[in-house]
Design a protein around this ligand. Sequence first.
Ligand code: ADP
Ligand code: MG
Length: 245
Amino acid sequence: MSLLTVQGLGKSFGGVKAVDGISFEVAPGELLALIGPNGAGKSTTFNMVNGQIKPNTGSITLGGRELTDLKPREIWRLGVGRTFQIAETFSSLTVVENVQMALISADGRLFSLWRKAAEHKRAEALALLNQVGMAAQADRPCSVLAYGDVKRVELAIAMANDPKLLLMDEPTAGMAPKERNELMALTKRLVVERGMAVLFTEHSMDVVFAYADRMIVLARGRLIAEGQPAEIRDHPKVQEVYFGS
Ligand code: ADP
Ligand code: MG
């Protein structure tokens, strides 16, 4: 059974059909890549799944439950997570404090109570940091971390809500190849260990082919191919879109 089912999803901005009636499924525990040239509709698709943008057509269901009428916060509560960049105001807090705040937020507590609640969340936060290899840096401020380490903390923050599906839009943007591979290897390990599904976009084909379980390809808002990385690599429509041949 699929975890997420997208059917006939469409969104126009003015006259532009950003997403033009696409359908796909995400299975539990799979690492699914959404690829396509710039402007293909990848981010718009992500933003419809997490509820930031309301579609003009189609449906999105999680475990059979319709999401399109729900608010982003409600969709997040049902188990669709996404990675956020750590806001500047929070980068002066330590690594573990940032994860503690995320855990408190996942509990639905009031922000004003966070200091007290935080005491109880430290062990849980450290366990998440351990999963992303950041426990040793727990008490450093986020502002002093290397870029790749910030990305690890952002992953730990996203997992505070224990998502069934995690959305990652260009998680490795701005990273050197070595860091990209490390972040994707970690993501893959989390998928296996937690049984969480991940839907991600990525520009580097080397990274996608190395880590994705399955791929879907968008071009001009349409889904033009889907399959295993090996099938996609040789797909004539994909060759045409990427290499113009
Ligand atoms: P991708 O993430 O694949 O690069 P996007 O989903 O960001 O593509 O964009 C798809 C298309 O929709 C592009 O033509 C883009 O210019 C357009 N678009 C995206 N968001 C908006 C918006 N808020 N207003 C107007 N046009 C938009
Ligand atoms: Mg995008």
